[in-house]
Design a binder for this molecule. Structure first.
Ligand code: DQA
Length: 145
């Protein structure tokens, strides 16, 4: 069975209470449960993780090589700043999907810039928690050839 790492960056541990008008009221634990259930439905093994620390996210991406077939990454604000995360994704040579709950292109200009995108096969944004399921379907199609 193909395996995906779903990796979440800074402040996403606060989902549910963090700016619910922007990010919705679903918690990260709810999203993890939804992803695990969807993984069973589509035959995709799911590992789910979150860190507020850029280096820990880099380490998690490195560890994905050989352990997973792809990475779904909601890098939070690091999306817009982190050359280190972009380089990490490019280095492990796994298909990666950039994911955001909110439609970053309908928000502040600084959110229109993504370093991560340069190393990703595609981007999903604006669909709230449902975006995780959409990203899993896209990853399943990608890794199933
Ligand atoms: C986010 C969008 C980012 O701009 C923001 O910094 C986040 C969350 C999203 O899921 O919509 O932390 O990645």
């Amino acid at each position: 069975m193909a395996s995906v790492l779903i990796l979440n960056g800074p402040n996403l541990n606060l989902l549910g209470t963090r700016q619910p008008e922007v990010y919705g009221s679903t918690t990260l634990a709810d999203i993890e449960a939804m992803c695990l259930a969807h993984g069973e439905a589509i035959d995709l093994k799911v590992s789910f993780a979150q860190s507020n620390h850029e280096g820990a996210l880099v380490d998690a991406i490195h560890a994905a090589r050989g352990a997973h077939d792809g990475i779904i990454l909601n890098a939070g604000a690091y999306t817009h700043t982190s050359i280190a995360l972009m380089d990490a994704i490019a280095s492990v040579e796994l298909p990666a999907i950039e994911l955001h709950l909110s439609n970053v292109h309908a928000r502040e200009d600084f959110r229109h810039v993504s370093y991560i995108a340069k190393a990703c096969v595609g981007i999903i944004c604006g669909f709230g928690a449902q975006g995780y399921v959409l990203a899993m379907d896209a990853m399943k199609a990608k890794v199933s050839g």
